[in-house]
Ligand binder design. Structure first.
Ligand SMILES: NC(=O)c1ccc[n+]([C@@H]2O[C@H](COP(=O)([O-])OP(=O)(O)OC[C@H]3O[C@@H](n4cnc5c(N)ncnc54)[C@H](OP(=O)(O)O)[C@@H]3O)[C@@H](O)[C@H]2O)c1
Length: 260
């Protein structure tokens, strides 16, 4: 399969490039990826040109920018509109939901409370209308092993005394970037369509996640500042998706102790 990966210079994009067993064409924005195509997902004409020249059989669309509606929402719509016959996997977020006690299943409709979550929710709705055969893959905090994910960087900064806190009331279901990439590549070649949840099975606070990262990286977990913060419990229930995957989505305490 010829696979187009957008956001190729990003945390998830890099892992997809590293592990995909396909002919991969990286699509990058400002950070150059050797052998890739430069594009701005906000420009529909540019997206069309890239897809027409690459002629992908599959697209994993990871590109986004948190505070940029056009990049996150319009960009995803541009990709869906121009995807032609390609199998499309769109990476979405738990930010499409607001806080509540119960976990969210794949069948639940978005109820975002932030502009970023709203942009992802708008993209989901448009993609499902334009390409009913696409996969929407909602995920949660992505953690890596090489120190480049946002959460690992925060741990390092806060442990070094930079200002900031980890909230104990902020609960999510983190996933390891290699588990996520593997699951997305599986979904790409599966016959699954519609909304999936690809997050870890363990609900954990940002503070406890930070402590686990600190322990893995040989930093002092006691040095991490914490505060309760406004309670924000957003848990993705990924069991329905896990049932159709070979990839095991590992809990944070496992992947942070096993150092993969
Ligand atoms: N990271 C998380 O914890 C997390 C949690 C839930 C969901 N997600 C979702 O997972 C996906 C991947 O996240 P990530 O952490 O890998 O993101 P990332 O590291 O921030 O990478 C995002 C990529 O998108 C590219 N991009 C930004 N604006 C663009 C534009 N206008 N045109 C084309 N490309 C553009 C960026 O390129 P430049 O930097 O060169 O501009 C960057 O390479 C995203 O869709 C995100 O919503 C992430």
């Amino acid at each position: 399969m010829r696979l187009l990966v957008t956001g190729a210079a990003g945390l998830l994009g890099r892992e997809l490039l590293r592990t995909a067993d396909h002919e991969v064409v990286p699509a990058y924005h400002s950070q150059v990826v050797p052998g890739g195509v430069q594009f701005d997902v906000r420009r529909r004409d540019v997206v069309r040109e890239v897809i027409r020249s690459v002629r992908p059989d599959g697209i994993i669309h990871t590109a986004y920018k948190r505070d940029d509606w056009a990049a996150t929402a319009d960009g995803a719509v541009n990709v869906a509109l121009e995807a032609d016959g390609a199998r499309l996997v769109f990476v979405s977020s738990d930010a499409v939901f607001g806080p509540r006690e119960a976990a969210y299943t794949e069948h639940e409709l978005p109820c975002p409370i932030t502009p970023y979550g709203a942009a992802k929710a708008a993209a989901e709705t448009a993609i499902l209308a334009i390409r009913p055969g696409a996969v929407i893959a909602r995920t949660s905090i992505i953690v890596g092993s090489d120190g480049r994910s946002g959460e690992e960087q925060r741990v390092r900064r806060f442990a070094a005394g930079e200002p900031g806190v980890f909230y104990t009331g902020n609960i999510r279901c983190p996933v390891h970037v290699s588990d996520l990439a593997s699951a997305l590549l599986e979904l790409l070649v599966s016959d699954v369509i519609g909304v999936t949840h690809v997050a870890g099975p363990q609900a954990i606070s940002r503070f406890d996640l930070g402590r686990l990262i600190a322990l893995r990286d040989g930093l002092d977990p006691q040095a991490l500042p914490s505060a309760p913060g406004t309670p924000s419990n957003i848990r993705l229930d990924s069991r329905g998706t896990q049932d159709v995957l070979q990839t095991r989505l590992r809990p944070a305490s496992e992947f942070l102790l096993s150092r993969r």
